[in-house]
Design a protein. Structure first.
Length: 155
């Protein structure tokens, strides 16, 4: 079914829903997982062109990614992590192609209409740009738990 799944993370509690979903899906499919966070602050967007040093935010994002990656590895899932900088939708779709992923699985906030116009929707942009399937799982509102279990990823 799926062999390599790209999972964009925000470093927010919304990530718990997609991480739990992907944990189960990757285990079932015996797929590897690539976690990505796209930092989009000034330093992240201009890190390479201006030769800037990484920001504290970028270091915290990398530590978060590595922590999530380690939790997946501890459960026997082959996982890697990437920290990117720039436009989130562009970086996510480029990483999916570069990494040979056959699914992008991401969390959404469930914004509608006016909020999408105000805040934009990375998931919507990814869906339109991607040449591979995009699985969207609504974040928040509690984390689904395995039958009788505790969620592996808490916010």
């Amino acid at each position: 079914m799926y062999h390599r799944i790209l999972v964009p993370l925000e470093n927010t509690p919304t990530d718990a829903a997609i991480l739990e979903h992907v944990r189960v899906l990757a285990s079932f499919c015996k797929a590897s997982v690539v976690l990505i966070h796209v930092a989009d602050g000034f330093v992240a967007r201009n890190y390479k062109p201006l030769g800037l040093r990484e920001s504290e935010e970028m270091r915290a994002d990398l530590a978060y990614l590595e922590s999530c990656c380690q939790r997946l590895c501890d459960e026997g899932i082959d996982a890697d992590s990437l920290l990117a900088g720039g436009d989130p939708a562009q970086e996510i779709t480029a990483a999916a192609e570069r990494e040979g992923c056959d699914l992008i699985a991401m969390s959404t906030h469930g914004h509608r209409f006016l909020k999408d116009l105000l805040f934009g929707s990375v998931a919507n942009e990814v869906r339109h740009r991607s040449r591979i399937p995009v699985l969207c799982v609504r974040g928040g509102g509690g984390v689904p738990t395995p039958a009788g279990g505790v969620p592996a990823f808490k916010p």
